[in-house]
Design a protein around this ligand. Sequence first.
Ligand code: UGY
Ligand code: MN
Length: 273
Amino acid sequence: MTTTDPYTYWAPTGGHPPQSDLLTDRALVTEAYTVIPRGVMRDIVTSNLPEWTGTRSWVLSKPVAGGAVTFSQTILEVAPGGGSQAPEPQPEVEGFLFVMAGTLEVTHEGTAHTLTPGGFAFLPAGSTWSATSTGTEAARFHWVRKRYQPVAGLTPEAKFGNEADVEPSPMPGTDGRWRTTRPLDPDDLAYDMHVNIVTFEAGAVIPFAETHEMEHGLYVLEGKAVYRLNGDWVEVQEGDFISMRAFCPQACYAGGPGRFRYLLYKDVNRQVE
Ligand code: UGY
Ligand code: MN
């Protein structure tokens, strides 16, 4: 059984943490995974990006020397009228945008696409695009970036849409209580990354510790859960971010009372470089 309540998208608003805020005290960095709780996404840890105006950002994941993952994931907050004419400084890097608040107009190869909450864009490496915050409130969105691994004869297509218009796939045997929305065609081998939206109804579970070669960036859009990460069980809630290196064992149970939903990056379809 699934609910029909509208989806919500928790986005950080910054500000300074109250000195008593225990939410900021749940950050974890281990060899296998990192947890950045939403309480960390405050004014004192923002970054400015030279390619963007009216913008500040929280970098949640990036490849670091000796580090666990190879992708970058950043939340951008772009004030009305702000944006970038040439956001991506590296032509070999592809990007995926997912909007949580506000309105972002993305112009790709001359065509404009308006993204509102739930909206996404896949921007192939080397393509020409720009982005402007066109609403009355700041646009707040994820930007996942990865160095594209080309394969002769395969070219990934740009893709724009909203999760509300993509039919989710139920996990067999769960009565739809665990389902995955896949903006990019999972059978198209031109893509070497996916960003999916995973939804659990209250009490639904991943019943075994998935252990796989794909890395993950996982941002909780809605709800609460207990997440199994390597040998630990970690409580998470909307706004928290987890990155998992390849082979980090992972499972979860959704704590309720509402749905538990997250945005999930994974690298796919390629051998090691
Ligand atoms: O697609 C996945 O790897 C997904 N089932 N993993 C996860 O939700 N942690
Ligand atoms: Mn997984």
